[in-house]
Design a binder for this molecule. Sequence first.
Ligand SMILES: C[S@@+](CC[C@H](N)C(=O)[O-])C[C@H]1O[C@@H](n2cnc3c(N)ncnc32)[C@H](O)[C@@H]1O
Length: 690
Amino acid sequence: MVEDKDRPGFFKDYHRAVRKAISNDQFNEFSKLKTNDDRIRFCFSLPAIHDIDIKPYFRGKSEKEALEKKEAGNKCFGRKNNLEALRLYSQAVVKAPVPSGKYWKLIKESADPKKMTMYAICLANRSAALYHLREYHYCVKDIDEALEHHYPKELKYKLYKRKARLLSHMKQHVEARDAYRQALKWLDWAKMEREKRIEHQTDIQKWLKMYETGKVVKNWDIPECYIEHPPVIPELTGGRNERFLSASKKIDIHYDNNMGRYAVASEDIEPGDVLVTEQPFASVLNREEFGSHCQKCFKTTKAPIPCKKCSSVLFCSVECRQSSYFHTIECPILDLLVGSGMSINCFLALRLVTQKPVSYFLDMKEKLNEEDLKEITNNKEVYDPSDFMRLYNLVCHSQFRTAEDLFHRCVMIVFLIKALKKTKYFDGKGSSSAYPLFKDKGDKINDVELFIGSLLLRFLQIVQFNAHEVSEFYLMSPRSLDGSKNETLGAAIYPTLALFNHSCHSAQVRYFSGQQVITKAIRNIRKGEIVPENYGQSFPSKNKIQRKAELADRYWFECNCEACQNDWPMYKDMDTSTMRFKCHKCHGPLNVNTEQLLNPFIKCEKCGDQTNILSTLKNLQNTEQTFKGACKEMETYNLEKAEALLIENLKQLEACLYPPYRDYHLTQEAYMKVCLCQGNIRIKQPKTEE
Ligand SMILES: C[S@@+](CC[C@H](N)C(=O)[O-])C[C@H]1O[C@@H](n2cnc3c(N)ncnc32)[C@H](O)[C@@H]1O
């Protein structure tokens, strides 16, 4: 679990070597240790654990590559292949050294103007491609970023003119007028013939005059610019829960000794009800998505803004870059961590640390205590998912862990602490001098590092049971569901959603807006019943043995959900010759062989009452019509109408039939697809000609 089985790295050998180097007696000694502090201290004292050379390692910038990409971009731009030009300019932007901090000082000294302006020029060129692609929002951001980073003053008038034009397209007339004023001002620095200068001046003044007289808006026939609309976050059904702030009022959390905490319906829940909307406490993007998604908010971006130091990490905006404290810590060791082969969950555990300075945790030190989980039912405190203590008290099952498991994790923690020591993480406020309470012990692990290591060890256990995948829906073409699929973007931790237990009979669909999770009910759940989540083991697609084995292995519990207890068939094995009607009295199943349907009165095996299924059969005909209608709406990407019809269909089926049955499963699948389209969406990009 601490290693990525699909991407093995050097950690595997490192762990093996450390494990091999200790005697049985030493391992016995380790297995008797009771606290995380003691375990980490023990591992840190092993000579073999220091047999590793840990250095900062990350992919930096390259002027040469930036220049090559920029020139290739210029060629495409000249041929009016703006899409390909955009792609190449983006690569140039990512590779170009950003004039800031130490690097800026160096190049200032070397006084090479080309080096100083490379980043800004690549951005400016990209803004031209974006302008022609009518991506005005991205274009204006690129211009601003270029102007912030030493764009040559003799060319500034050009950028301001472009900015003014596109702000007009965006109907931001005050800003457009100001940009024209700036263009006029910077024209003085431009190197050009007198006549050319006068031509520009006249043009700019013409526009300024039009703004002053208010003519500009009326007479201009400009195509609408492309605007991206973020997915809408729906309201929680029944309103926000006063105690569990991310959940609907229809949810309550209970506790029992076997199942721990779990969600229960405090009112009847129907298909389509919005049950949870929650921001993650921490999140990590998959390595594969680094080149296409924002590291901070997971949005796709057509014009990425790179990290100022490395060329591996991108952001969707300057704002996201500025607010990514975690990356300033991880940046110098990013490729070291990737090369270690550590799993996404391990990255998530590390992110729980690197997203906050050491001082944040040190200030919390005295408050860190393990809550009694059953207190969830007794105390009535507000459960705020942004409260660190909620995260800290998610299940980690440390009492059931083997010494081997803990040792494996401790070796990873030592590696992570050693790597963090190569960053600025333990400097500044968090250092032992700022916190005199903590004494530095030279080469050995000091108390601050030990404290952070212990937290990391806890987080590493928490993420195993509580992390969720974050995904986006991938469309092969705009407004079409043909061939669409859900794809994983990364992992995140949601402290409220993490309180929901599992059932193989899914009750909710999860989708994401950025990283915010939204869940909706996909079936009826009556008041008092458990509201389950699905941990990726769903009865229609996997058999019971496989599901149970995987749940036991990954989540350490034996699943006894209705589907497991009754060995419900997988979708492919569902028997179409038998229908499972619902008893009108106890709602239990009435199995009816459709070929022998002579008598409409069916006796319930559970309660003994008889149900007349004639009206149910008639209702079932209506459900077919509703489903066909929904499919038609899906074909034309009419999501709102499709959703309404599918919810109606689910309710109709729910009133007549008892699971498992094919039609209900198909409707649920269709409904989940429609929900997924309401969240993060990525559309396959057309191939460029070159
Ligand atoms: C994400 S947590 C769910 C909340 C957890 N019950 C708690 O008390 O915080 C996952 C853990 O809950 C327990 N769990 C989840 N589903 C369960 C189920 N159907 N039956 C028993 N235990 C379950 C397992 O211990 C599992 O490792």
